[in-house]
Every structure is written in C-alpha cells, then in structure tokens.
Design a protein around this ligand. Structure first.
Ligand SMILES: *Cc1c(COP(=O)(O)O)cnc(C)c1O
Length: 366
C-alpha cells in the first residue's frame, strides 16, 4: 500500500476533454489509438486505460509487460505493442497483445511461432521506416514480406504503420511530406497483393495537429491526451492531466551566513524562511531545477527551490509566503508550470511527465 504523501493526481476530466478536442479535429470514422506507454506518460497506464477503454479503439504500449498490466486489469480493448521482443512472444499471444513487426528477424520469428502454435489469423502490424530510422521494415522488403505472410493462415496484417520524425516542426514540412508520400506508396504496394485492406496509421499528436489530411484509418495520440500540443495555441485548447502535489514537512529560519542543503549551495544573505518538501531527484525532479531555477506553488505563490535538489527532498524559499508545516503544495499544477520545469531542465514536457517515479502515489480524479 503506497501511502506516500507526494501524490500525482491524474485529472480524468482533463484527459476526456483532450480526447474530445482531438476527436472534433478528425473525421468521425477515424479510429483513435490512445498511447499509454511508460505508465501513461508517468501517470498510471492502467488507470488511464480504464478511463478510456470505452472511448477509444486501441491502446499502444512500448513493451509486452506494459500490455500485460492492462490485460491483468481486465482491459479488453486491442493493444498494440510498439516494440515487441522475440523472447516475449509467448506472453504477447497469451495476453492477446498485437505486435508491431519492425524487422525481418521479428517477422520470421513470429511467423515461425504462429506456425508452431497453430495460431489462426493472429493480428500483427507492419511498421515501416520512412525516415525516422528508429524501427521499421523497408519499402524494398515488401515482396519478401508478403511472400512470407500471404502464404500463412496463421497471421493477418491488422494494420500498416509508420512514424513521423518531425511532425511538430513546420520547418520540416517538406521532409514530412516525403515520409507521408513514401508511406502512401508502401501501402499501395501492399494493398495490391492482399485480398483485404489492413488499417493504416501514421500520425502522433502533433501529426494530427499539422497533417490532419494524413489521418488515414487511425491516429495515435499520446502527449495530447495529457495536455500538450505542439505550440502554445494548441496547448491552450488542452487541459493538463498531471497534477503533482506534496506537503510541507518542516519549516526552517535560516540566518545570514547559514547555508541550506548539500554542498552548502545556498547561503543566506538575509534571514530566510525555507520549507522542506518530500520530493527529490529520485521522484523525477531534475537537479537542474536547484538553486532558484525551479519553483513550486504554495498558497498560489511561487516558492523557488533553494540549494541543490536532494534525492528525496527539496527546500524552497517561503520567506514571503504565509504557510505552515503540513500545508499542501503543488510541484506542478498547470501546463505553464510543466513547461517552465521542462525549459529549466533542458528538456521537453514528455520527459517531465514520464520522469515522475514509481515511488509517487498515483490517484485518478474524475
Ligand atoms: C510514443 C508514440 C506515439 C505517441 O506520440 P505523441 O507525440 O505522444 O502523441 C505514437 N506513435 C509511436 C510509434 C510512438 O512511439
């Protein structure tokens, strides 16, 4: 039982609002895949999936064990595993997870497995590399791929997918259009050789925003569900789902000449009141936020972090804030808080969210 006082509240209404925002951007028949990998972007994948299971068509996770957690929570929705490993095929099939096949080795291994297990029409997804150069089969592999698959009654191509490298970046529009054209050519060639038409999908959140004409049969939305678009305007239409709260453990008065925290990084020039908060770099608060770079919010006022971020604690300056030991604080509450934290940690919103560690208790609020 996790009774940790530092809690991530997952705002279920915000997630539903964001889902509806993207739905109204899309054609009514376009399917939605909700990406709940990495514990639902640092929240709780099972809780998010439970909330969305009747409202989306698919879930995606990165690894098989993430999909198993959803099945064990009785989620029945189809689940795409983006990065399956050959040694997990047993579990993938046992839990009815659907592998995204990204190379020849995985394809032949899965076909062999399906053959051995006498699976019938097991849904697989073919992932093509169109320029991200991360995971994916190649256009030139198509004849060989189809030779293997078409002859097999053990598997069925449920979908064909690719992933954009720079969908958020307008200055890369030409490159992205090249990826989309390449993908269209791949799909066309595969359709020519099949007597059925697998679903096709390639857009992530910023793809939906910038290239809605390429929505095809389904889109894969991750960060957008949690409140972030690819610019200020889009983000303003969304609601933040991750609210990180804690309490004040102790208050100190630091006299001039005294110091706070490891390496004595903060030295008081004047009498300073500090509050110690039970969250640290082991919970996902970057050390880059120390020494005044980051803030938390107490009583609607910003309290800058003083000194270095410790593993389990931070100290913040509350000299001008009316508060007492035991009071609630927000590590972040708004998109602005998270974007500020990302900026000061030299990263992006995704990493701030996914860095929230497993030690932090997660609560879904609806
Ligand atoms: C993580 C991921 C997504 C979701 O991307 P967002 O930018 O968070 O919407 C979509 N597709 C693939 C293949 C991914 O790995």
């Amino acid at each position: 039982m996790n009774n940790h006082v530092t809690v991530l509240e997952i705002d279920g209404n915000a997630i539903l609002h964001n889902l509806n925002y993207f739905k109204q951007k899309l054609r009514p028949e376009t399917k939605i895949l909700a990406v709940v990998k990495a514990f639902g972007y640092g929240s709780d994948g099972v809780k998010v999936a439970s909330l969305l299971q009747d409202k989306v068509d698919y879930f995606a996770v990165a690894y098989a064990h993430e999909g198993i957690a959803l099945r064990e929570a009785n989620i029945k929705t189809p689940i795409l595993v983006l990065h399956p490993q050959i040694q997990n095929f047993d579990q993938i099939v046992k839990y009815k997870l659907e592998p995204s096949i990204y190379n020849f080795k995985t394809l032949t291994a899965f076909l062999m497995y399906a053959d051995n297990q006498l699976l019938l029409n097991y849904p697989i997804h073919l992932k093509f590399n169109t320029g991200l150069n991360r995971l994916g089969l190649y256009h030139s592999d198509i004849p060989l791929i189809l030779n293997n698959i078409v002859a097999s009654k053990h598997v069925r191509i449920e979908s064909i997918l690719s992933h954009l490298a720079a969908s958020e970046d307008e200055s890369e529009r030409e490159f992205t259009m090249g990826q989309l054209n390449n993908f269209a050519a791949i799909v066309k060639q595969i359709y020519l050789h099949l007597d059925y038409e697998p679903m096709i999908h390639t857009l992530n959140t910023s793809g939906v925003i910038n290239y809605p004409e390429a929505q095809f049969d389904m889109v894969r939305i991750g960060i957008g569900l949690y409140g972030f678009g690819n610019d200020e305007k889009e983000t303003s239409h969304l609601k933040n789902s991750h609210v990180l709260k804690s309490i004040i453990s102790q208050i100190h008065t630091i006299e001039p000449g005294e110091t706070v925290g490891y390496n004595r990084a903060f030295a008081a020039k004047k009498s300073t009141k500090t509050a110690t908060i039970p969250i640290g770099h082991a919970d996902g608060i970057s050390r880059k936020l120390g020494n005044g770079n980051g803030y938390i919010t107490i009583n609607n006022q910003k309290a800058p972090i003083v000194g270095n971020v410790c593993m389990d604690m931070i100290m913040v300056d509350i000299s001008t804030i009316d508060c007492k030991e035991g009071d609630a604080v927000y590590i972040f509450k708004t998109q602005e808080d998270i974007l500020h934290m990302a900026d000061k940690s030299d990263t992006i919103s995704y990493e701030i969210l996914t860095a929230i560690s497993q030690r932090v208790k997660k609560l879904l609020k609806c």
